[in-house]
Design a protein around this ligand. Sequence first.
Ligand SMILES: Cc1cc2nc3c(=O)[nH]c(=O)nc-3n(C[C@H](O)[C@H](O)[C@H](O)COP(=O)(O)O)c2cc1C
Length: 458
Amino acid sequence: MKLVGIVGSIAEDSYNRKLMTFIANRFNNLADIEVVSIKDVPMFSEDNDQTNGMAVQYLKHRIENADGVIMATPEHNHTTTAALKSTIEWLSYKIHPLEDKPVLIVGASYFTQGSSRAQLDLREILEAPGVNALVMPGNEFLLGNVRDAFDEDGNLKDGGTVNRLANLLEKFSKWVNVLKALKGPEPADAYKNEDLTASGKTDTTIEGVKPGDPDWVEKAAKITNAASGKDYVKLDAGVLTVDQINWFLKSIPAELTYVDDNNQFLYYNHKAPASKMFASRTPQQPGSPMSVVHPDVRNVHDHVKQVVHTLRTGKTDLFQLAEPVDKKNVKWVVNNYQAIHDDENVYRGINEIVFDFWPVVKKYLEMTGQKLVDDPNSKVDANANASAKEETSTKPVAEPVAADTEASASSTEEETSTTPAPVSQAPATQAPAMDASASASEDAPEEPEVDTDASASK
Ligand SMILES: Cc1cc2nc3c(=O)[nH]c(=O)nc-3n(C[C@H](O)[C@H](O)[C@H](O)COP(=O)(O)O)c2cc1C
């Protein structure tokens, strides 16, 4: 179970943080509890909407990805803190990540009441219609006289208090599971909420230029005063000029596309005219919403939404599609949709990587002395995507060739003599119906392969 522990104090040396850290460490057998700070959340103001700012988005993603939330509130003048109240304002203004989220309130304070009034106050706030959290009823954990409660290692000194806390956490985790069961699985059509028109905004969205403007790149660069040409850019593990970055990206033997978390197409490694690309792109497309890059022919938007949703929600990190096999052992174009995450593991968009897999397989076979033969037991229909006129019927499987085993003898000899998995069973296509419809050509020969890009250029 995944829980987020939100500390309601922004003090450096906070007893409530101490309490939350103790809970996270002591009860890690019950749940994986991530302790988060609200220190960087700005004061709520409708005049300065920070919903899409890093601090609010960070909390939003943390809460959305968790099964439940624990909040530790100090008591300030008989209420919860201004900082926590303000944070909840952001989380109930334009976004509502706490809606239907199980929440457990705990708290610590200097005096004997142990934050009881603050907890009642926080409960009322969390149950307001705009917030709509599910605060665990009938339970409180009040830690009074907190200045004497912890030992030097940050552990609660009183065994009875620890036991009460253990009972409470166990109860909360059961309650979270009950609510989860009641809620049932995510509705099958949840993906339909993906906004391919990119009408929202993320904290990297460039404002002042319309998505879809044919001069988007030039205008966006001007607005952001973007580095270019010989300007140096400091990267995680190196320093390069913008020219070098471009040369480098274009030299990668794959077509790369960056779509952000707002479903806006931002970049591709322009290395060839659209007609020569596997997934056609034009220099006018960067800046466009995905709905424009992928015109909605033959239900393409539905498929794209499914893939984006699958990656955004972390059901999978990589979604793969293969193009139909036109000619056996000549070309095997694979579209990889790889989720992009930032350093905080927050979803940041999709890296679409398209490349011809066949030269890699071919080289591999040459170097390891193997050949492809049909696997009579394979359940994979390699031609599921192929049109009727295609004569290919093989399901390639690499098999070792005995005569060559000497040539490849090395420390990796054992590996090369085993039978690798077929290319057509490349990983990570557990998720949605997109794949199914992509390969539905048997029943519906007209259905396009779900390389939506290919059709986008037509
Ligand atoms: C402005 C202010 C008001 C406070 N009001 C209360 C209060 O009403 N009841 C209480 O028990 N403690 C009160 N305290 C003391 C807090 O319990 C104490 O500062 C506690 O350490 C806050 O939690 P923290 O260490 O996690 O920030 C107040 C402290 C401040 C600074």
